[in-house]
Ligand binder design. Structure first.
Ligand SMILES: Cc1ncc(C[n+]2csc(CCO)c2C)c(N)n1
Length: 227
């Protein structure tokens, strides 16, 4: 499954070891799949995730700044557009049904796990180059792609979280993952050559990816906790 998102992701995913499955098979994810996740946890997660996406849009915008090719720029700019003008709409729609307005979402107080993750990613990009930023962004993009695909195949037919699963399993989002995966492979080859794992930079990139994956685990934990 991960192979369809490119070889860089496949290597980083393998390098993250069990942290990857702690993320992609988290109890929160299992609750979405079976439908047993408490509604309050889901709504709490969505409110936090809205704020998360605001900051991820800023991080992808930094990707435009750090791009070295037009293709990199197009993918980053396209992701900012998709996030700000489309993906956040799922959050707005679901929260509106709970009586929560978009202004309230935008002004929500961030949980520490949320703050830690988004600012870690931003700092990776500010301190490093395009690859440092992409290594920190990658678990989010491909992880949700992988989770969406698996949940779509195995979900309980009556799970109330079908909209969420459909969003990430859908062709539109899967296409985003494929495009970002191809862009990432090209970006890595351009900067590190054909054997990137032999590069002195690889360990640092793997560390960024694994840390961002662990921060995804923390984000699910925060969602489950519901506070
Ligand atoms: C905690 C958390 N992690 C990942 C995603 C998924 N996601 C975040 S930005 C984006 C678009 C491409 O980068 C996608 C799919 C999320 N919503 N919340």
């Amino acid at each position: 499954m991960s192979a369809t998102y490119g070889t860089t992701f496949a290597s980083l995913r393998a390098g993250a070891g069990t942290v990857w499955t702690d993320y992609s098979e988290h109890t929160f994810v299992e609750g979405l799949r079976t439908g047993t996740l408490p509604r309050a946890s889901f709504v709490h997660y969505l409110i936090q995730d809205y704020v998360f996406l605001v900051h991820f849009s800023r991080a992808w915008s930094l990707g435009v700044v750090k791009s070295e090719t037009l293709e990199e720029m197009k993918v980053c700019a396209g992701t900012v557009d998709a996030l700000v003008n489309h993906e956040m709409a799922l959050h707005v729609k679901t929260c509106a049904a709970e009586g929560i307005t978009e202004d309230q979402l935008f002004g929500a107080t961030e949980a520490f796990e949320n703050l830690a993750y988004t600012r870690y990613v931003m700092d990776a990009g500010l301190q490093g180059d395009f690859l440092d930023l992409m290594a920190a962004l990658a678990p989010c993009v491909f992880g949700y792609g992988e989770i969406g695909t698996r949940l779509f195949r195995t979900m309980a037919t009556d799970t109330p979280y079908r909209d969420w699963i459909d969003t990430y399993a859908g062709a539109e989002y899967q296409e985003v993952c494929t495009t970002v995966g191809a862009m990432l492979d090209a970006a890595v080859t351009r900067r590190l050559g054909a054997a990137p794992q032999d590069s002195p930079r690889w360990d640092a990139l793997q560390k960024r990816f694994t840390t961002a994956t662990a921060l995804e685990v923390g984000f699910w934990d925060m969602g489950l906790r519901g506070t």
